[in-house]
Design a protein around this ligand. Structure first.
Ligand SMILES: Cc1ncc(COP(=O)(O)O)c(C=O)c1O
Length: 422
């Protein structure tokens, strides 16, 4: 452990952005203990991944059992954990999403989803959003536009990607407020389909049903309803990237349930296996079965151990009614944060669903207050609460504790947070 931080800094590229300098000794549930003996509440959930807390007991048990049976298959052998995990996913997914391709990371799932959309429709165009984050591999990066920094020096990216404004109401790209909103962003999208790309050349519209890295913004339901109708009308695949919003984060298994919308293709990753690498491209039998043998593939995807972890993750959420907990504790926190907004003018907006909440800091003139956000994160960390930021100006805190967080723990965190504000 000696000088681990310095040793790490000498070995790993600075391209990796570590949010803290905490060196972990042990992590359990909501808590992380550092090598200096300090205990933190982890409200980052390992980037929205340890949704049922660190080192969850049922996952550890299932993984240990799986390790004694088979660790790797590489698409040579069939094994139980992969099939059972898919069956369990089918039970919790919106009706009709019933066929799978397992891979390892969110970006890999996004690559698979856009390949599937192009393959199935035999079209090229893909519509993605300003503020979107879909990953860092070339295809996924071509869709990502949370900041130009991520794209700098990597051009040319994938061609035939078209950019629509995300319905981020607090900072509406078209200058409206929630009161004056007439869904002009949807009109803009429709106009794109006349000026920039013919609908019959569009393979997919890919959207995060709640904007993640781009600002933790909840879109108006009507917007998603309209794009669902539009996609159906023109045979465009609607892809929901639920990598961050999925697996209970918003108080439902998937954010799409809040809007009563079933996409044609869904991508999931992060929380699905409690930290073991696993992701999935999910679609209907009709679409997926057109993807003939060899059209896509993987060596590690659907790893037996990760799938065992995935099964135990679903069982833990069900057994402990964690969706209900996320909804209840999330609602309580949102009310408390909205109270703080009334009290502290530095908070411009508070929004969220379940345990996916964003707190946007502003200056007096309403411009993003990056500095304050940074200071609040630092102060909270000092007082034992790990929070991370998001948004192009890094002025938004993402409040995303694990779904196991109790009301009492949430209160403790809110007190640390308010203390930092004042
Ligand atoms: C919505 C969304 N899609 C895709 C990704 C990429 O996932 P990964 O980092 O596992 O490749 C992320 C990661 O933050 C994400 O939030």
């Amino acid at each position: 452990m000696k000088n681990l931080l310095n040793r790490a800094k000498k070995l790993f590229t600075p391209a990796l952005n570590f949010h803290t300098d905490i060196v972990v000794k042990k992590a359990q549930g909501l808590h992380v203990e550092s090598t200096t003996g300090k205990r933190y509440m982890d409200f980052s959930s390992g980037l929205a991944t340890t949704n049922i807390g660190h080192c969850p007991p049922l996952v550890i048990k299932a993984v240990k059992k799986q390790l004694d049976e088979i660790i790797h298959s590489g698409c040579i052998f069939r094994y139980e954990s992969e099939v059972v995990f898919a069956e369990k996913l089918k039970e919790i997914l919106p009706n009709g999403l019933d066929m799978f391709f397992f891979s390892n990371s969110g970006a890999e799932a996004v690559e698979g989803a856009i390949k599937l959309a192009r393959f199935y429709t035999k079209r090229q165009g893909i519509i993605a959003y300003t503020g979107a984050f879909h990953g860092r591999t070339f295809g996924a990066l071509s869709l990502t536009a949370s900041t130009a920094k991520y794209r700098k020096d990597y051009h040319p990216l994938l061609p035939s990607i078209f950019r629509a404004p995300y319905p981020y109401c607090y900072r509406c790209f078209l200058g409206h407020s929630r009161d004056t909103c007439s869904l002009d962003c949807f009109e803009y999208l429709k106009r794109m389909l006349r000026h920039e790309i013919n609908p019959e050349e569009a393979a997919a519209i890919i959207i995060e049903p709640v904007l993640g890295e781009g600002g933790y913004a909840v879109p108006p339901k009507e917007y998603l309803v309209e794009i669902r109708k539009l996609c159906k009308k023109h045979g465009i695949m609607l892809i929901f990237d639920e990598v961050q919003t999925g697996f209970g984060r918003t108080g439902k298994w998937f954010a799409s349930e809040h809007f009563n919308i079933t996409p044609d293709i869904m991508t999931i990753a992060k929380g699905i296996a409690s930290g073991f690498p696993l992701s999935a491209v999910i679609s209907t039998k009709k679409i997926m079965s057109k993807w003939h043998q060899g059209a896509h593939g993987t060596t590690f995807g659907g790893n037996p151990v990760s799938c065992a972890a995935g099964i135990a993750t679903i069982e833990t959420i069900q057994k402990n009614e964690l969706l209900k907990n996320a909804e209840t504790v999330g609602r309580h926190a949102l009310i408390r944060l909205q109270d703080m907004k009334r009290k502290y003018s530095v908070i411009g907006d508070v929004r969220g669903l379940g345990l996916m909440m964003g707190i946007e800091f502003v200056n007096k003139d309403g411009s993003p207050n990056t500095n304050f956000c940074k200071k609040v994160c630092k102060r909270c960390e000092k007082n034992g609460l790990v929070l991370i930021e998001c948004g192009i100006d890094k002025n938004i805190i993402r409040f995303m504790p694990p779904l196991i967080t109790t009301k009492k723990q949430m209160e403790k965190a809110l007190k640390i947070f308010e203390n930092a504000l004042s």
